[in-house]
Design a binder for this molecule. Structure first.
Ligand code: FES
Ligand code: FES
Length: 163
């Protein structure tokens, strides 16, 4: 039987304390223990990016991190980023540009896009494609996703420039 470990962490700004199995990964912890089902488990091998969440300010693959490793961490999921309004423009652009179909990849795409635009406010289309190369989408062909992110980068740039 797997060892149980007590952890305390902050999830989307809320303090959470739980006893977790040593082998439970973060995406299963979020979905099964906390009901935060916006984060998806796809490949569970660190390849598809569907499980992307923010831990202490940097994106990680939720399938490759054990919940037991996160004592004291701050985790932000798609639910928290949505509620805070941080990605409202990205969500609107994805919707306007039909950058999702089945939606399975979308939470991971949005979390990835948020980090990209935070770190590289005016990325080229190649930089957007390169950054998203670890997030797989089976439906859209990526073009609309790149368009949506490029649009938001331009909108934010224009807002900053006061134009
Ligand atoms: S489920 Fe984690 S990368 Fe695919
Ligand atoms: S919208 Fe279906 S996997 Fe991306």
């Amino acid at each position: 039987m797997s060892e149980a470990i007590d952890i305390r962490l902050t999830i989307n700004g809320e303090a959470v304390a739980r006893r977790v199995s040593a082998r439970q990964n973060l995406v299963d912890f979020l979905r099964e223990e906390l009901g935060l089902t916006g984060t998806r488990a796809g490949c569970e091998h660190g390849v598809c990016g569907a499980c992307t969440v923010r831990v202490d300010g940097a994106n990680v693959r939720g399938c490759l991190v054990f919940a037991a490793q996160l004592n004291g961490a701050r985790v932000d999921t798609i639910e928290g980023l949505s509620e805070s309004g941080e990605i409202a423009d990205l969500q609107a652009a994805f919707h306007a540009r039909n950058a999702l179909q089945c939606g399975f990849c979308t939470a991971g795409m949005l979390v990835a896009a948020a980090e990209l635009l935070r770190d590289t406010p005016a990325p080229s289309r190649d930089e957007i494609r390169d950054y998203l190369s670890g997030n797989y989408c089976r439906c859209t062909g990526y073009h609309a996703i790149v368009d949506a992110i490029e649009t938001v980068a331009q909108q934010r740039g224009a807002a900053k420039g006061g134009t």
